[in-house]
Design a protein around this ligand. Sequence first.
Ligand SMILES: [Zn+2]
Length: 266
Amino acid sequence: MAESRDDFSGPVKMALAGRVGWKCSFPNCPATTAGPAQESPDKWIRNGIAAHITAAAPGGPRYDANLTPEQRSDISNGIWMCPTHGSLIDKEKTAYKADEIRAWKITAESRATRELELSHSHGHSNTASRYSSKDTATLEKYSEVMSYRTIELIRNEQFGSFVRDLVTNPLYEIMGMHENPRFMFQDVNLEKLRQLLYSQVIDFFRHFGQQSAGGRGGYEFVNMGQLTRADPSSRGYWENYVSETQKLAEKLCATAMQLLVIKENN
Ligand SMILES: [Zn+2]
């Protein structure tokens, strides 16, 4: 069994831990994962876990059969977690999507970067915002467009025969903002999240747009009753189509949520 797992090497684990300052990457978890060993004044212990974003072996959570063993044990497929959250994401096979976990990693590394920068500038007030005023304003703007309410609305959308433009308008606004240099982040990690959100919105519309037709106050979308009356054997196809739409929407919501969390903590 041990041979079929694509585990991380020691150096990869150390790098994963170091890049987040030895703290758990689960959103808002305060746990640290290294400290002095009680047994001896010259020893230290670590109790974090280098968790797999997509599983190390078939049958594991979020397993991606398309990856090579090298990709599976690459640092890009790992995230540093405290024991509680490491085992949580290993046991929860479907609750957390790989993209969502990748967004946590970006946020955790960005937090560690800010903490490093703060310790370099001790003399300054530590109540100051961690980002430039331009970035803070842009975070505000993104949080206005993709507010908690909007994210909830999109997450709860069933994508049935009619989709209100309340759901799609904010996404069009995100696309418009992407074109505008005024809304680019100066911070590298924030900009990564912004690019990720944009690409997820594009993926969503590429899929949604194939079956939607604009109407009053929204879009005609997949009318399951009509379509399956016309061709009963097509039910599975349309069910998949709708469920894929929901998944694409969930992905972009997870990223928008990360921007909101960063804004709240800024
Ligand atoms: Zn944790």
